[in-house]
Design a protein around this ligand. Structure first.
Ligand SMILES: [Fe+2]
Ligand SMILES: [Fe+2]
Length: 227
């Protein structure tokens, strides 16, 4: 998909695939985007969620001072973060009411399922993408899943994706609630600093919140033009 030119995200074509860094920015990215689109296609409520998570995560990574390559890797992980939902029954994913304990347990399996799906791709494992996918629902206070890691035990990329995931999810309608406006999203992310989220990631998000709002809304505008 076309991206805003100010966004520090991936570009390139397969012609540029001449070394390991270029491989991340071309073939891996294209496959990641394709698989992210596949999981989003399962549910109309999550349309373009994986794209948004990839874009926001990459922006946050650059804003935190990570290298372009590190940000590109986090971008790839953002596209793939929910790939494990392919194993969650549609009736559970799309349920309007509250989840039963067994349904909630099925949802909570998706990070491990995603890691298991991706693990055979050695390149993704070697650059940390599998670990980021596995831990994207950990919480900074250790109350997340699947491993209840806390603080810096959680890979930085997963801590970044956790914020981006929540930002994107709150901006979308879900079967069980309506989309929040952007100011409410910023307030909610800020409220959860130090509990759900890494305070350093939240601080960078707050500093760049207006740009991220434009980043997400620009994507929506592009999507409307091509649809
Ligand atoms: Fe992408
Ligand atoms: Fe997830």
């Amino acid at each position: 998909m076309k991206r805003p030119s100010a966004s520090p995200t991936l570009t390139g074509s397969s012609r540029e695939c001449i070394g390991s860094a270029q491989f991340v920015t071309t073939v891996l990215h294209q496959f990641a985007e394709s698989l992210g689109n596949a999981i989003d296609a399962k549910d109309p409520y999550t349309s373009k969620h994986s794209d948004d998570v990839a874009e926001i995560s990459c922006f946050l990574a650059v804003a935190m001072g990570l290298t372009k390559r590190e940000a590109d890797i986090i971008h790839v992980a953002g596209h793939l973060h929910d790939i494990g939902k392919i194993g969650v029954p549609d009736l559970v994913l799309k349920k309007r009411g509250s989840l039963t304990p067994s349904e909630w347990a099925a949802i909570q399996k998706h990070p491990q399922a995603g890691a298991d799906i991706l693990k055979p791709v050695t390149a993704l494992d070697n650059i940390g993408v599998v670990e980021m996918v596995l831990h994207h629902h950990e919480r900074y206070d250790g109350k997340g899943y699947p491993k209840r890691l806390f603080g810096t035990q959680i890979p930085l990329g997963a801590r970044i994706i956790a914020v981006a995931d929540t930002v994107s999810a709150m901006l979308q309608n879900r079967p069980y609630r309506s989309a929040k406006n952007y100011q409410k999203v910023v307030e909610e992310i800020t409220r959860c600093s130090g509990t759900q989220f890494d305070p350093r990631v939240v601080e960078v998000f707050r500093q760049s919140a207006s740009f991220i709002e434009k980043l997400v809304s620009n994507e929506k505008a592009v999507l409307k033009r091509v649809s």
